[in-house]
Ligand binder design. Structure first.
Ligand code: HEM
Ligand SMILES: *[C@@H]1O[C@H](CO)[C@@H](O)[C@H](O)[C@H]1NC(C)=O
Ligand SMILES: *[C@@H]1O[C@H](CO)[C@@H](O)[C@H](O)[C@H]1NC(C)=O
Length: 222
């Protein structure tokens, strides 16, 4: 009787292991080909010089036009704030898709597309069909801020480029200079960010330009 109890106790303690070993292969195989986690070393083997290529491309653009640092940072923000960091802000409109480029906060306002295009062209030469445009944009924003004298931050890689974009989503989700603070913070919290993030990220406006119509009502209307 005593033996029997010990025996069944041991079987019970094996059940979690049996579950783990039987289920992991099943779970993994349910993700489509190409699924992977973001990682700092994502392109270490497939495109080891990626960071240097991005650094060079941003440096060349910055040497010609220092404002580009601000523009690349904002492009990254506008990409990530609408349906995540998927490069969707880079997509041109097509016959059956009206994308983010011409949404109100972007039209005649976001810039830096040629910088990303040029870097992508370079990267394709050395590492064809390997690096996503959104990873290039994400790295470029970091390099731009560093060049402008700001902080650096580690960037995980392995994002996939989206194949669609929505002008309506961009109009609805991006913060506007004409809405009250409560609306802006609500937009950030809906993305999993908090009030501190609103303040810290707004510090991005330390650099860059804004058209007069976006702030003149705050200068003369108090
Ligand atoms: C908090 C809500 C925000 C509002 C209402 C807002 C609004 C604006 C507006 C109206 C402009 C000027 C656009 C133009 O005149 O063409 C601007 C520029 C800019 N924004 Fe924001 N923004 C916000 C958050 C952010 C965040 C989170 C970042 C990045 C982390 C950012 C980065 C920039 C940069 C760098 C510029 C200058 C771009 C350039 O010179 O090309 N903004 N923003
Ligand atoms: C240099 O900067 C200006 C904007 O200030 C831009 O119009 C031009 O295309 C840039 N030239 C190069 C080679 O990047
Ligand atoms: C602020 O948000 C509320 C609730 O979503 C909305 O009804 C209102 O129009 C917004 N105000 C502005 C100025 O966008």
């Amino acid at each position: 009787m005593a033996h029997k109890l010990v025996f069944s106790h041991n079987i019970a303690s094996f059940i979690p292991f049996l579950l783990v070993f039987h289920f992991i292969p099943v779970v993994v195989s349910q993700f489509p080909y190409g699924y992977s986690q973001l990682s700092y070393r994502f392109y270490d083997w497939s495109c080891p010089r990626l960071t240097n290529m991005v650094k060079y491309g941003v440096w060349a653009a910055y040497r010609n036009d220092t404002r580009i640092a601000a523009s690349l940072l904002r492009l990254h923000f506008h990409d990530c704030f609408v349906n995540g960091c998927d490069g969707s802000v880079l997509l041109d409109d097509t016959d059956d898709m009206t994308g983010e480029k011409n949404a109100l906060p972007n039209r005649n306002s976001v810039r830096g597309f040629e910088v990303i295009d040029n870097i992508k062209e370079d990267v394709e030469r050395f590492c064809p069909s390997t690096v996503s445009c959104v990873d290039i944009l994400t790295l470029a924003a970091r390099e731009a801020v560093v060049l402008a004298g700001g902080p650096s931050w580690p960037v995980m890689l392995g994002r996939r480029d989206g194949v669609t974009a929505s002008q309506r989503a961009a109009n609805e989700q991006l913060p506007s200079p004409f809405e009250p603070l409560g609306n802006i913070t609500a937009k950030f919290t809906s993305k999993g960010l908090d009030l501190k993030d609103v303040v810290v990220l707004s510090g991005a406006h330390t650099i860059g330009f804004a058209q007069c119509f976006t702030f003149k009502n705050r200068l003369f209307n108090f």
